[in-house]
Write a protein that binds this ligand. Structure first.
Ligand code: GLV
Length: 314
């Protein structure tokens, strides 16, 4: 029997599907990720590994696998996998782009609106019993979204999906990306983008060149009235520099779905700041999207083992 390892808490339905498809499935069913040793021990004689972003698939894990043909990740990001090394060893990598593009772009817009219009802050205020004064013209004023300028950093699938949403809000859309793209937005240098944007959405993938791309210098170049939104990976933002910028009013606010460390530690200074909206890595978290991601990841795994073209291969 061909062995596959599933190293994160997955859907029972798809575990059953793999078993019914004739695979021997070693399944880590806990929401707390397994140790590296557990993955190493179990992947030794497996032909497929289905993982998620909670698993670190480094050289050591890859070296422990003797028959591995495919690593299929239940995510669009693959910064948790040493892709270069895996490929060098002839291991194919599957991932789940496209199916989560719209869900993630929707969340980015939700965060943008929440930050600009102080939605989460207002909700908090009511729940804490602090809505105790009548309506006044200057109460909880935020920033206009309609007609403002959106700067998108990174123009991949999610960047494109952001453009159509922004057009609905009458926004001018500018973008910066390593390469110029055929899109309905103005290409700019990062410097110019930061100078003109009222909202900056980070939509790059995490790699060596984007690690801490949003640092103090980046934040200083933004307008003092601007907002930063991050739906990519936490490590793209130097969180310490962001906290400082939010405290000192270098920017008006931020909205973050991803963090340098996840779950976000309870003692993170971000938690004490009112001008930041925080969500717990929900970019692709819709029922419909997660179902499509599961199907894609499972078919990538099976096709990779069979030597067939995958649905999405890195
Ligand atoms: C989620 O963050 C993903 O990479 O799919």
């Amino acid at each position: 029997m061909v062995k596959v390892v599933v190293s994160f808490k997955f859907f029972d339905k798809w575990i059953s599907f793999l078993k019914e498809s004739g695979f021997e499935v070693v399944y880590w069913g806990s929401e707390y990720p397994p140790s590296k040793d557990w993955i190493k021990d179990n992947v030794r004689d497996a032909e497929g590994l289905l993982c998620s972003l909670v698993n670190r698939i480094d050289r050591e894990v890859i070296d422990s696998a003797e028959r591995l043909k495919v690593i299929s990740t239940f995510s669009v990001g693959y910064d948790h996998i040493d892709v270069g090394y895996a490929k060098q060893k002839g291991i194919r990598i599957g991932y789940t782009p496209e199916v989560l593009t719209d869900a993630t772009a929707d969340l980015a817009f939700g965060l943008l609106l929440a930050a600009a219009r102080r939605i989460a802050e207002g909700d908090r205020l009511i729940r804490e019993g602090k809505w105790n004064k009548p309506w006044t013209p200057d109460f909880m004023l935020g920033s206009m979204v309609y007609g403002k300028t959106l700067g998108i950093v990174g123009m991949g699938r999610i960047g494109r999906a952001l453009i159509s949403r922004a057009k609905g809000f009458g926004m001018r859309v500018v973008y910066y990306s390593r390469h110029r793209k055929e899109v309905e937005a103005e290409y700019m240098s990062l410097e110019d983008l930061l100078r003109v944007s009222d909202f900056v959405i980070i939509a790059v993938d995490l790699n060596e060149s984007t690690f801490h791309m949003v640092n103090e210098e980046f934040l200083r170049k933004m307008k003092r009235s601007a907002y930063l939104i991050n739906i990519s990976r936490g490590k793209v933002v130097d969180e310490e520099a962001l906290v400082k910028a939010l405290r000192e009013g270098l920017i008006a606010g931020a909205a973050l779905d991803v963090f340098e460390e996840e779950p976000l530690p309870q003692d993170s200074p971000l938690i004490g700041l009112q001008n930041v909206v925080l969500t717990p890595h929900l970019g692709s978290a819709t029922t419909e999207t997660r179902e499509k991601m599961a199907e894609t990841a499972v078919f990538n795994l099976i096709k990779g083992i069979r030597g067939e073209p995958m649905v999405y291969e890195v």
